[in-house]
Structure formats: C-alpha cells, structure tokens
Design a protein around this ligand. Structure first.
Ligand code: NI
Length: 156
C-alpha cells in the first residue's frame, strides 16, 4: 500500500467529470487500498479518486463506522435539508457551511463489483454527497456560504 499525494484546489483534474469503472482490475483494487491508506493518513472522512489525480468514479469513506468503498456511486434518493460545516482535503485550511440532503440513498458497487445500497443520514449522508460531488467536478466551496479560514474538520 502507499500514501498518495492529494491534489489541491486549482488542479484541473478536480474539475473533470470522473469516468465510470468498467472492470475492477487488480490495479483498481490496489488503488482503492491506497486511497483508504491516504485518507486515514490525512485524517479525512472521505476521499474521491480525482483527489489523487485519477479521474475514475471511486470513493472511500469512513465516518467512524469502518471503511466504505463505493464504485460508480449514484444518489438515487435524497430527502430533508441540513446545513452544516465541511472541509476538504483538497482545500486545506478552509471550512464552509453547505446545505445538503439530510438523508440519501446511494447505489454503488463494492470492491468485488457487487451492487449494494447505502442509506445514510447526518454526517454519513453529508460525506456521501461531498464525495459524489467530487466525481462531478464539484467542490464544496461551489455551494458553501461563510467560507472561513479555520482548521478543517475531518472531511474528504
Ligand atoms: Ni473533498
């Protein structure tokens, strides 16, 4: 496994739409493991592949319930509204308040390529939306109000 450099805001790859994963190869399995290691090393709660310079639809999340791997994730349902603070490993030193769905249902593939569904609320729902936005080339600062310089919270 390896800790990978995290690309920072201003890098063009963070603004590209990520490509879907067609086949889960050994290389992709290794990439996912490296993404998890990189996320934990950076004390993040989530990381999307564009943040390590790979324009593919891969996300890892750990909001304290263990590692979650999402390949080709899609939000299929969102309900409620919540405004809370976010940071991003690609935008160090800033935080901002973002309105998100309070609950989301996400469909994705797991590391074995099996389809599964995640129903998240609160911080997990927020992390899912933040990371899936990364796959669309969207950063939380596009949506945030009251962006301030502070120590970032644990977010991807
Ligand atoms: Ni982020």
């Amino acid at each position: 496994m390896a800790i990978l450099p995290i690309y920072k805001d201003g890098h063009q790859i963070l603004r590209k739409k990520a490509q879907p994963v067609i086949k889960i190869t050994k290389k992709i399995e290794k990439l996912i493991k490296d993404m998890l290691e990189t996320m934990y090393d950076a004390n993040g709660a989530g990381l999307a592949a564009p943040q390590i310079g790979i324009s593919m639809q891969l996300v890892v999340i750990d909001v304290g319930q263990g590692p979650m791997v999402l390949i080709n994730p899609v939000i299929v349902k969102g309900s409620g509204k919540s405004v809370d603070v976010e940071g991003c490993l690609s935008i160090p030193g800033l935080i901002g308040y973002v309105e998100r769905f309070e609950q989301v249902t996400v469909e994705a593939l797991d590391i074995k390529g099996r389809p599964y569904k995640v129903e998240g609320e609160g911080f997990l729902a927020r992390a899912l939306q933040h990371e899936i936005d990364h796959l669309q080339g969207i950063l939380y600062t596009d949506k945030a109000t009251n962006i301030t310089k502070e120590v970032p919270v644990n977010e991807g």
